[in-house]
Design a protein around this ligand. Structure first.
Ligand code: PLP
Length: 453
């Protein structure tokens, strides 16, 4: 038997032989995550951390859920793998449950192993179904890392993949961002001009297969559209025979206080993609769900997509257990209740810290946006700063919180706050108080006259 690795060996081997994602490799010093339970995880030195971003906004049930762990063990013991052309009990049970929890009208499913490849499937389906090519995405968005999904990603994670110019038939429209409108309008007087702009694009581009949106934008700032946006976008898509794809990889599964974010506006997408919370990230599962109308098309037309791990039983069994756990624990309702409490506390922080430009959120999905100037809404740092390796103020604040044992996702000039949906009030108090203390760092960087605004 080999001797167990020490924590420093774990870190050294990981760093030496693995790629750290989305970064220069040189200064990557991964923490050793040794074990986890509920809203906490423990590092290799035994220090405990409150996980206020559910790892990557995905562990909605929290760590170490007994029912999901048992479902993984049971599934492995019963049927660890089946090729995608077989029917399996896990596949049938999950399909039945999905009909209960997905927005109405989504009845046919393609299972993947990530959000990225759920979107790849959606693009292919949309293009095959419509016979058209272009996908309209929005600038402040992330849709995945493989060639098509990164081409559909609006944020600069797309840039390194474009040495030969833009490709893959994706074009970008302005995002909906009422805090800092990219086309300098003001809600509600704008009449949702960003949707009009998108319609103008559809009319003038021709050959548009689909519009792709994160109903609540995730890492790019928890951007919540005004109530009129989605009904208007749905009408625009219908008027032009364009499909509406809702990417609910991050916003689904109770995160925003509804099973899916589109439910807030009663809008039915033609295709919905998701991953993350579908298994609370215990196993890697993604889903591309379509309407019956799209499904009918493929009755007589060749469905040109598939992969070895499609509908992998080890991913589907745990998804059934995850959904049952969400129902048993009432986590969608809990997301609303605890989200309201978290929101109140974050708004109180805004009143206190001049470096906070805006606090916004739905359910247990919140952003705290930091600015050097509340009037001009100037961020502390930009993407270019990040790419240039400049010190990022949000990351310095996150490091201070980490020292206090609280983990919160820092992103350019905002925090994405998304604790497990099982979070308790005391844990919200602990995290917000750590943020409160650490924000002094940002306040101190403001011009003296701004600090008194
Ligand atoms: N779409 C959205 C909105 C996401 O947030 C993500 C990942 O964070 C993806 C797609 C890609 O999912 P994955 O990382 O599972 O491939």
């Amino acid at each position: 038997m080999s001797t167990p690795l020490t924590s420093s060996e774990v870190i050294a081997l990981t760093k030496k032989h693995n790629y750290g994602t989305w970064r220069k490799q040189k200064n990557w010093n991964p923490a050793h995550l040794a074990s986890a339970d509920g809203c906490y995880f423990t590092d290799g030195n035994g220090k405990r951390f409150l996980d206020f971003s559910s790892q990557l906004m995905c562990m909605n049930l929290g760590h170490n859920n007994a029912a999901v762990i048992k479902s993984i063990q049971d599934q492995a013991a019963t049927l660890a793998y089946a090729a995608p052309f077989y029917a399996t009990t896990a596949r049938a049970e999950l399909s039945k449950l999905l009909l209960e929890v997905l927005p109405d009208g989504l009845t046919k499913f393609f299972f993947t192993t990530s959000g990225t490849d759920a979107n790849e499937a959606a693009f292919k389906i949309a293009r095959m179904y419509t016979g058209k090519t272009k996908i309209i995405s929005r600038y402040r968005s992330y849709h995945g890392s493989t060639s098509s999904s990164v081409a559909a990603t609006g944020d600069p994670r797309r840039w390194p993949m474009e040495p030969g110019g833009k490709g893959q038939g994706v074009i970008f429209s302005p995002e909906v961002n009422c805090y800092k409108c990219p086309i300098r309008h003001t809600y509600p007087g704008c009449g949702i001009a960003c949707a009009d702009y998108l319609e103008h694009m559809i009319a003038n581009e021709g050959d548009v297969a689909a519009v792709l949106v994160e109903p609540v934008v995730g890492t790019n700032g928890v951007l919540i559209p005004p109530p009129e946006y989605f009904p208007k976008l749905r009408r625009i898509c219908d008027d032009h025979g364009v499909l509406l794809i809702a990417d609910e990889v991050m916003s689904g599964w109770g995160r925003t206080g509804k099973w899916f974010a589109v439910n807030h506006w009663g809008v039915k997408p033609d295709i919905l993609t998701t991953a993350k919370g579908i298994t609370s990230a215990y196993v890697p599962l993604g889903l591309c769900a379509t309407t019956e109308k799209i499904a009918d098309f493929f009755e007589e037309n060749y469905f040109a997509h598939g992969h070895t791990y499609e509908a992998h039983p080890m991913t589907l069994g745990p998804a059934v257990a995850t959904i049952h756990e969400m129902q048993r624990l009432g986590l969608v309702e809990r997301s609303n209740e605890m989200g309201a409490y978290l929101g109140e506390k974050l708004h109180a922080l805004k009143a206190k810290h001049p470096a906070i430009g805006e606090v916004r959120g739905l359910g247990l999905f919140w952003a705290v946006e930091l600015v050097t100037d509340q009037r001009a809404k100037t961020p502390f740092n930009s993407w270019q700063d990040k790419l240039d390796g400049k010190p990022m103020v949000v990351e310095q604040i996150a490091a201070k919180m980490l020292a206090k044992g609280v983990v919160m996702q820092a992103w350019m000039s905002h925090f994405v706050i998304a604790p497990p949906l099982i979070v308790e009030r005391a844990q919200i108090d602990e995290a917000v108080s750590a943020l409160d203390e650490a924000l002094a760092l940002a306040d101190a960087l403001l011009e003296p006259q701004l600090a008194t605004l």
